[in-house]
Design a protein around this ligand. Structure first.
Ligand code: ADP
Ligand code: MG
Length: 398
C-alpha cells in the first residue's frame, strides 16, 4: 500500500464531504508480459497487476446522487444516479472525459444489478468517490483499468451487489467501451481485478477463463524493468484500426471465426492464400498466441529465466511482421539485451509507449544506465525507467 496515495485520497474526500469515508478501495495498473494484439483475435494474453495503484475513498450519501473528484482534476463532477442511463452512451460528451471512467462503471454496475433482479433506483444509495493514484497515465500501464477497478470494487461492496471479479472486470470494460468510447479488449480489467502478488494472469480472451500462474521473479532474483520511451502513440488510432482490419481479413480468407482458431501448422497455407502484408499480420498473431502458451508452460516447468527467448521473439514479431514498433522501442530492447537482460520486448499497443526487460537484480543499474546513455546518444527524449512487481488486484484497503 502506498501511504501517500491513501492520504491524498482521504484528504480529498474530507475536503469534498467534511466527514469520514466508509472505506478505502484500490486497484492496480498492469504490464502485459506477453501476448500482444491477440486479445481482439480471441486469443491468449499474460499480463500481471503491478505495484502502482489507484485508491478511492468512498462514502454514501442519502440524496441518490453520485459525485467524483480526483487529484488529477479537483473540480467535482456530480449527477443523479437515475440520470446515468440517459447519459451513457448517448450523451457521454456532456461529461468531462476522466469522469466517464468512474461514472461509467457506476452505470454499468447498476445495469448488472438490474439484470440480477435488483431494483436499482430504490436500493442503490448515492455515493461520493475521491481518487488518488500513482499509476503513470498514458505509459501503457493502464491507469484506466486501475480507476475502473477501484470504482467497481468500492461500489460492489457498498451496494452489496456480490458480483464476482470477472463481472466487475466486465463492468469496467463496458464503461471504457461505451461510456468513454475506447474500443479496448478485457485484458486490462481482468489483470486489475484478478492480480495476485508474484503471479500473472493467463487469460483466454474467448472463454474469459483465467489461470493465476506463479511468476517466481523474486526467488530467481529477477526484476521486471519498464522502459517508458515517452513517445506518444502518434499513429496509434489509424495503425490500430488497420491491424484489426488485417486480422479480420486474414481470418475471413482462412474461413475461421478468429485468428485464434489457426495454429502455426496453418501458416504455409495462409501464405499461399493471402497477400504478403496480411500474411505477416496473421503470422504475428498466430505465433504470438503460441508464444503465450509456451511462456506459461515454460514458466511452470523451468521458471522465469527460461522465458527470455520468448520475450525476444515476441519483440521481433511485432517489429518485423506486425510493424508496430518505433526506433525508440527497438533501441530500448536491443540495448537492454546487450547489457545483459534475460529478455526484452515492447509492450502495449505499439507506435510508442513502453518496453519491458527481465533483468537480474544486480544488473538493474547497469541496464538502466546503458539504455539512458543510448537514448542520449541517439538524441531521443530521456526515457523513464523503473521496476514493477507483480501485485494484488482490486481490494478493500481500509
Ligand atoms: P492508460 O494507458 O494509462 O490506461 P488511457 O488513455 O487508457 O491510458 O487512460 C488514461 C485516462 O484515464 C486519463 O486520461 C484519465 O482520463 C483517466 N484516469 C486514469 N486514472 C485517473 C485518475 N486517478 N483520476 C482521474 N482520471 C484518471
Ligand atoms: Mg487504458
Amino acid at each position: 500500500m502506498n501511504a501517500a496515495t491513501d492520504t491524498a485520497a482521504r484528504a480529498l474526500f474530507a475536503e469534498l464531504t467534511a466527514h469520514e469515508p466508509t472505506g478505502l478501495w484500490s486497484a492496480p495498473g498492469r504490464v502485459n508480459l506477453i501476448g500482444e494484439h491477440t486479445d481482439y483475435n480471441d486469443g491468449f494474453v499474460f499480463p500481471f497487476a503491478i505495484d502502482f495503484r489507484t485508491v478511492v475513498a468512498a462514502g454514501t450519501r442519502d440524496d441518490g446522487r453520485i459525485r467524483v473528484v480526483s487529484t488529477f482534476d479537483q473540480v467535482p463532477v456530480e449527477v443523479a444516479l437515475d440520470d446515468l442511463d440517459a447519459l451513457f452512451p448517448a450523451r457521454r460528451d456532456e461529461i468531462v472525459e476522466w469522469a466517464r471512467y468512474p461514472l461509467g462503471v457506476a452505470w454499468a454496475l447498476r445495469a448488472a444489478a438490474r439484470d440480477a433482479g435488483v431494483d436499482a433506483s430504490a436500493s442503490l444509495t448515492g455515493i461520493d468517490l475521491a481518487f488518488s493514484s500513482d499509476v503513470p497515465v498514458g505509459a501503457g500501464l493502464s491507469s484506466s483499468a486501475a480507476i475502473e477497478g477501484a470504482t467497481a470494487a468500492a461500489l460492489n461492496d457498498i451496494w452489496g451487489l456480490g458480483l464476482d471479479r470477472v463481472a466487475l472486470a466486465q463492468a469496467g470494460r463496458r464503461a471504457e467501451n461505451e461510456a468513454v468510447g475506447a474500443p479496448t479488449g478485457i485484458m486490462d480489467q481482468m489483470a486489475a481485478l484478478l492480480g495476485e502478488s508474484d503471479a500473472g494472469i493467463f487469460l483466454d480472451c474467448r472463454s474469459l477463463e483465467a489461470d493465476v500462474v506463479e511468476l517466481g521473479f523474486a526467488p530467481a532474483a529477477l526484476e521486471l524493468l519498464v522502459m517508458d520511451t515517452r513517445v506518444t502513440h502518434a499513429h496509434s488510432t489509424g495503425g490500430y484500426g488497420e491491424r484489426r482490419a488485417a486480422c479480420e481479413r486474414g481470418a475471413a480468407i482462412m474461413g475461421v471465426p478468429a485468428l485464434r482458431d489457426l495454429s502455426v501448422d496453418d501458416l504455409p497455407r495462409a501464405q499461399e492464400l493471402m497477400d504478403d502484408v496480411t500474411f505477416r499480420r496473421v503470422r504475428h498473431v498466430v505465433t504470438e498466441d503460441q508464444r503465450v502458451l509456451d511462456a506459461v508452460r515454460t514458466l511452470r516447468a523451468e521458471g522465469p529465466r527460461a522465458i527470455g527467448s520468448l520475450l525476444d521473439a515476441s519483440h521481433a514479431s511485432m517489429r518485423d511482421d506486425f510493424e508496430i514498433s518505433v526506433p525508440e522501442l527497438d533501441l530500448a530492447v536491443d540495448t537492454a539485451r546487450a547489457a545483459g537482460a534475460v529478455g526484452a520486448r515492447m509492450t502495449g499497443g505499439g507506435f510508442g509507449g513502453a518496453a519491458i526487460a527481465l533483468v537480474d537484480r544486480g544488473l538493474v543499474p547497469a541496464v538502466t544506465t546503458a539504455v539512458e546513455e543510448a537514448f542520449a546518444e541517439a538524441g531521443f527524449t530521456a526515457p523513464h525507467i523503473f521496476t514493477v512487481h507483480p501485485s494484488d488486484g482490486a481490494r478493500r484497503d481500509a
